[in-house]
Design a protein around this ligand. Structure first.
Ligand code: NAI
Ligand code: MG
Length: 362
């Protein structure tokens, strides 16, 4: 197994070493065999060689069995347009043909006080969102601006996008949704807007067809706005949510907020070749970068997800997750989740505490 680690920008450089510290412990102790390669992406190679996604990284990404990605992006360089550092994210996703992003949201009892929800609502929250990430209104053409020919204000400039999915695209993500639900507790909610969108009506039909292959999974169709509401009022009722790119973008930010910090949430991203990509749910967080303040838990959870999905070691994944839960239960908190009565720790101290717990558990 070849693992490519791309720390990237901002806090990526601080959280990746903590994730690799965890991976090194597992490698040393448990017979997990992997070759670890570190590559450059984002602002570093942009400054050094004028390309945020250099050819050497492209080659390493092609050859890797699993990619651990930190973050890329610097809003002060957004004026660079197609060469901006975070353009590397899209380029990497495209290169690897990534289409399905699965993000798990869990509010452990030790996390209840971090959630903006009252504990009675937040308790037992543990669900996954399976989001299609290659298509939809973000990707489909045509899009742009033109002079409106009709509508309420003809002659004005109008912006337009195209929402589009093909049957195969929906089928592919539906299978990932059903497989994810099957590996969890077997309940799948497919969120769409079939009341108003033709794309969603196709989505609903194809998902229902795929359901026939998964008789053990209970499928419900739900309107995505209702899903947004119920995520807030009754998040514990969900197990797996399957949705398109646009709705998934919004629902996953709602879900992240429920956990109390974006620094706790990790994603696994699939293509059709079995090569898998892992990233935290957040970006480069330049407002706190270089201060050893970032929460490394999302990045460390990526290692747990990698052990589960790429190394087929769910036992080790669960042990890493247990170490995280125990450290949170002991009251350690990075700055963004620190409250009275808990212990404020740095990024590296949090990583070290989780590593120590893991060594004790193994
Ligand atoms: P962000 O996720 O980097 O930060 C949003 C807020 O959350 C900030 O206040 C930040 O301090 C906080 N935060 C994020 N991660 C944290 C952590 N681990 N611990 C503690 N606090 C944390 O999103 P933002 O500011 O919108 O974007 C910054 C840059 O990152 C942009 O250039 C954007 O394009 C890029 N970005 C990259 C992503 C990626 O690499 N996958 C995803 C999202 C944004
Ligand atoms: Mg988003």
């Amino acid at each position: 197994m070849r693992v490519l680690a791309l720390a990237g920008d901002g806090i990526g450089r601080e959280i990746m070493p903590e994730a690799l510290r965890i991976f090194a412990i597992v490698q040393g102790r448990c017979g997990v065999r992997a070759e670890l390669v570190e590559g450059a992406i984002g602002t570093g190679p942009l400054m050094d060689e004028g390309n945020p996604f250099p050819a050497a990284t492209e080659t390493e990404a092609r050859n890797a069995d699993a990619v651990l990605f930190g973050a890329a992006g610097d809003p002060s360089l957004d004026h660079l347009g197609p060469k901006r550092p975070d353009s590397a994210i899209g380029a990497l996703r495209k290169l690897l043909n990534l289409y399905g992003l699965v993000r798990e949201y869990r509010i452990a009892d030790a996390q209840l006080a971090m959630s903006p929800l009252r504990p009675v609502r937040a308790r037992s929250t543990d669900f996954a969102i399976v989001r299609e990430i290659s298509g939809d209104v973000y990707a489909a053409q045509p899009k742009g601006q033109r002079i409106a020919e009709d509508g309420p204000f003809p002659g004005e400039v109008e912006g337009f996008d195209t929402m589009r999915y093909t049957e195969s695209e929906v089928r592919r993500i539906a299978h990932l949704g059903f497989r994810t639900a099957r590996a969890r507790s077997g309940r799948l909610v497919s969120a769409d807007k079939s009341n108003v969108l033709a794309t969603s009506r196709l989505w609903q039909r194809v998902v229902a067809e795929v359901a026939a292959e998964y008789p053990d999974v209970a499928l419900t169709h739900q309107l995505a706005d209702n899903t947004a509401m119920q995520l807030v009022t009754d998040p514990a009722s969900y197990d797996t949510i399957l949705t398109a790119n646009l709705f998934g973008d919004i629902l996953s930010d709602v879900a992240s907020a429920l956990t109390g910090s974006i620094g706790l949430v990790a994603s696994v991203v699939f293509n059709e070749t079995g090569q898998v990509y892992y990233e935290p749910g957040h970006g480069s967080a330049l407002d706190i970068a270089g201060q050893d303040k970032a929460n490394p838990i999302a990045m460390i959870r990526c290692v747990a997800l990698m052990l589960r999905h790429s190394f087929d070691r769910p036992d080790l994944a669960s042990t890493v997750e247990q170490a995280i839960d125990e450290v949170l239960a002991a009251g350690l908190r990075t700055a963004e989740i620190h409250v009275d009565g808990t212990t404020l720790v740095s990024c590296s101290a949090m990583g070290k505490a989780i590593a120590d717990r893991l060594e004790a558990l193994l």
